[in-house]
Design a protein around this ligand. Structure first.
Ligand SMILES: *[C@@H]1O[C@H](CO)[C@@H](O)[C@H](O)[C@H]1NC(C)=O
Ligand SMILES: *[C@@H]1O[C@H](CO)[C@@H](O)[C@H](O)[C@H]1NC(C)=O
Ligand SMILES: *[C@@H]1O[C@H](CO)[C@@H](O)[C@H](O)[C@H]1NC(C)=O
Ligand SMILES: *[C@@H]1O[C@H](CO)[C@@H](O)[C@H](O)[C@H]1NC(C)=O
Ligand SMILES: *[C@@H]1O[C@H](CO)[C@@H](O)[C@H](O)[C@H]1NC(C)=O
Length: 258
């Protein structure tokens, strides 16, 4: 009885080892799980995007208070044309003194925010083309246009009152492009054509803002899962070692029994 029990255990062990071993042989080492291609995100939540990047809180709150957010989000959701949005950082709103935004009526404010977008998706490369043509019509339509210039690779926007550069890309995947700009775009259609002469270009201060802006934004997605791959292959190797060990022990038992 003692012997029988032992042999049954032994038999069970043998079966276990051989099946697990067979399994191991049968399925070749597939321990390099090909990184599953992330499905293209269909829906871009603009609120989410502008909350995470930036800081763009001021622009976002204007988007919400004027309800332009719904217009932009709907364009992003439902059109193949897509949308391109130029977003000034919070700093730009803080430093805006001369024509003050606080005197604007609600419908002017709405036009101002609409003016910060184009009813079409443009990649950074597309701006070179835009700069070859004339004024570009914005979401505010009518004579709310922007001029693009390509100054040896740097794209500048000119609204008459504002000349600023596209300083970084926050998101640029069809149908939604969001770019950071250094200043609020002030259209002549709101602020008139009586534009004060631009003070002689100060050489120094333009350098400092460049340092922090261009690099940081675009790494919102990326960063592949790092840890899972090695641990799963590690487990397979361990299992293999265990099986070998069990086989060796059972082989030794066979010798004992015979
Ligand atoms: C978009 O994102 C905001 C902020 O994360 C969230 O409150 C809102 O529910 C989201 N909207 C949709 C439709 O998922
Ligand atoms: C955009 O699409 C999302 C997800 O389908 C939806 O929840 C949201 O209400 C839509 N927003 C607009 C303005 O169409
Ligand atoms: C840019 O313009 C050239 C001609 O001026 C045209 O061939 C090309 O397709 C345009 N590219 C885009 C992305 O619009
Ligand atoms: C934009 O460019 C057009 C010519 O293409 C020019 O007439 C107009 O004055 C420019 N507007 C601004 C704001 O620079
Ligand atoms: C990948 O994992 C290693 C070791 O766990 C860690 O040191 C490294 O920072 C990780 N890299 C990323 C991009 O998560």
């Amino acid at each position: 009885m003692d012997k029988m029990e032992f042999s049954m255990v032994f038999f069970a062990m043998l079966v276990m080892c051989s099946t697990s071993n067979a399994q191991r042989v049968a399925s070749p080492p597939t321990f390099s799980p090909t990184p599953a291609p992330a499905p293209a995100p269909e829906y871009v939540n603009l609120t989410d995007l502008l909350t995470v990047a930036g800081p763009f809180h001021t622009f976002l709150s204007y988007l919400q208070s004027t309800k332009v957010l719904d217009t932009f989000q709907s364009q992003a959701n439902n059109t193949d044309e897509g949308i391109t949005i130029f977003v000034p950082k919070d700093d730009a709103f803080k430093s805006q003194k001369k024509p003050s935004l606080s005197n604007l009526k609600q419908d002017q404010l709405k036009q101002l925010i609409l003016y910060h977008a184009l009813p079409h998706y443009y990649s950074l490369a597309d701006f070179k083309n835009l700069s070859q043509g004339g004024p570009v019509i914005t979401f505010a339509a009518g004579d709310y246009t922007l001029n693009f210039t390509d100054d040896s690779g740097t794209i500048h926007l000119n609204s008459g009152w504002t000349r600023t550069k596209v300083s970084s890309s926050v998101h640029s995947t069809h149908p939604v492009a969001v770019y950071q700009v250094d200043k609020i775009l002030l259209p002549e259609s709101i602020f008139g054509t009586d534009i004060p002469p631009v003070p002689a270009p100060a050489p120094a201060p333009d350098v400092t803002p460049t340092a922090d802006s261009p690099s940081k934004a675009s790494d919102t997605t990326g960063s592949s899962p790092n840890s899972s791959t090695p641990s799963s292959s590690q487990r397979i190797i361990n299992w293999g070692v265990w099986t070998q060990l069990a086989l060796a022990v059972s082989g030794w038992l066979v010798v004992l029994f015979l």
